[in-house]
Design a protein around this ligand. Structure first.
Ligand SMILES: O=C(O)CCC(=O)C(=O)O
Length: 378
């Protein structure tokens, strides 16, 4: 059950670092999960307020000081927990910060008897603005592409593929509706936090197993409220299977790759982390390393589905966003990273407002922002 985020394996030493950086008068927090690391940058005021909206990642190799030293604060390992706060921080030089407001979108709270975050609130009286010409044209183009059998699969690197516009609009609407329903029920969307009063910049719901950001591990019930994660719906399983099968077929045909399983192993998920990013949501640079050692060793892929507004997604081999590559994930895209790419650092630096397909918004009432589902095998 130990997802391993923030926890060293083998030695059993819990390691999680939080680094604060001063930007103008405001210090900013970078969280880094080391060995391997996960980093998130946060505004320290937000930490105090228990709410964080801006984050980024930076040069801060695990276990090493980053390039610049200031008198900021550093949070790393407690002897008895994952966190520790120190002064005299080493600061990553590349961090660019967006200071946050408190979560204006925190309409939900935890606790099964309380209201959960609704990703499709019913609009009252405010007519939806027509999307820009750019978005309208893109939607037309996407529709044509879909009716012609979709776009070719893009190989971003060995084991990492992008299936552009893979999910038909009708299915996107259904995914939103399913997530909404699950998200309002027991184990639904809540505001996750890392502890130390620092929140993630998104709303989360887990299916299959719960991932707990405080302990960086999987659990059968959500420690926040004791809720049992709902099972992964069958349609989601089918979608993941199709995405992997299509990728294999593409590898066989186009790349003449014989041993497709060694490049991208098949995977039947037992976990789905559903994130909803409002338009100022983000997710810091990190590695997914909390799945079982067997799953990680075999390079069983993470399959990631994007719906709604587009996101800037960074990925790379090093804990350094300056060296990372960027790809824009649009509504209906499926990104898969497994095999040699299973251990990449990755994160979401920004959500691009008003980029969701108009028809999706009309039919689902999805609120501004982005729904992301990542499937994994524990
Ligand atoms: O939202 C995304 O595209 C990435 C999500 C992610 O990295 C994660 O859940 O670990």
């Amino acid at each position: 059950m130990n997802r391993g985020r923030g926890r060293g394996r083998g030695g059993g030493v819990a390691v999680k670092e939080w680094v604060l950086k001063k930007v103008e008068s405001k210090p900013t927090v970078i969280t880094e999960r080391s060995s391997p690391a996960t980093a998130h940058v946060m505004d320290s005021n937000d930490v105090k307020q228990g709410s964080v909206e801006g984050l980024n990642c930076s040069k801060h190799p695990q276990g090493q000081p980053a390039s610049k030293s200031t008198n900021d604060h550093r949070l790393s390992t407690h002897s008895n927990s994952n966190h520790r706060i120190e002064n005299n921080t080493h600061v990553a030089a590349t961090s660019e910060i967006k200071c946050s407001q408190a979560s204006q979108d925190n309409t939900m709270t935890t606790g099964s008897s309380e209201k959960f975050f609704d990703i499709c609130p019913k609009k009252t009286g405010t007519p939806r603005l027509k999307s820009s010409l750019l978005v309208q044209n893109r939607e037309k183009r996407n529709e044509i592409q879909r009716s012609n059998g979709g776009q070719p699969i893009q190989v971003l690197r060995p084991g990492m593929v992008l299936l552009k516009n893979f999910i038909p609009l009708k299915d996107q609407v259904e995914i939103v509706q399913t997530c909404r329903k699950l998200g309002l029920g027991n184990g639904g969307f809540y505001q996750p936090g890392y502890g130390d009063q620092a929140n993630m910049h998104l709303k989360m719901m887990c299916l299959g197993k719960n991932w707990d950001p405080k302990s960086s591990s999987y659990e059968e019930r959500r420690s926040e409220d004791g809720a049992e994660p709902p099972p992964i719906p069958i349609e989601f399983h089918q979608l993941v299977q199709k995405a992997i099968q299509d990728t294999h077929a593409h590898q066989c045909k186009q790349v003449k790759q014989k041993d497709v399983e060694s490049v991208l192993p098949s995977m039947t998920p037992d976990i789905c982390i559903v994130n909803f990013y409002t338009t100022n949501g983000k997710l810091g640079f990190h590695k997914d390393k909390d799945e079982s050692q067997e799953s990680l060793n075999r390079g069983l892929p993470v399959v990631s589905i994007s719906i709604g507004d587009s996101a800037e997604f960074l990925y790379g081999d090093q804990m350094d966003i300056d060296k990372a590559k960027k790809v824009v994930l649009e509504s209906g895209d499926v990104l898969i990273f497994g095999g040699k790419s299973r251990h990449i650092y990755h994160g979401v630096t920004s959500i691009l407002p008003k980029t969701a397909p108009q028809a999706l918004l009309q039919e689902s009432d999805l609120r501004p922002g982005r729904l992301n589902l990542t499937f994994r095998k524990y």
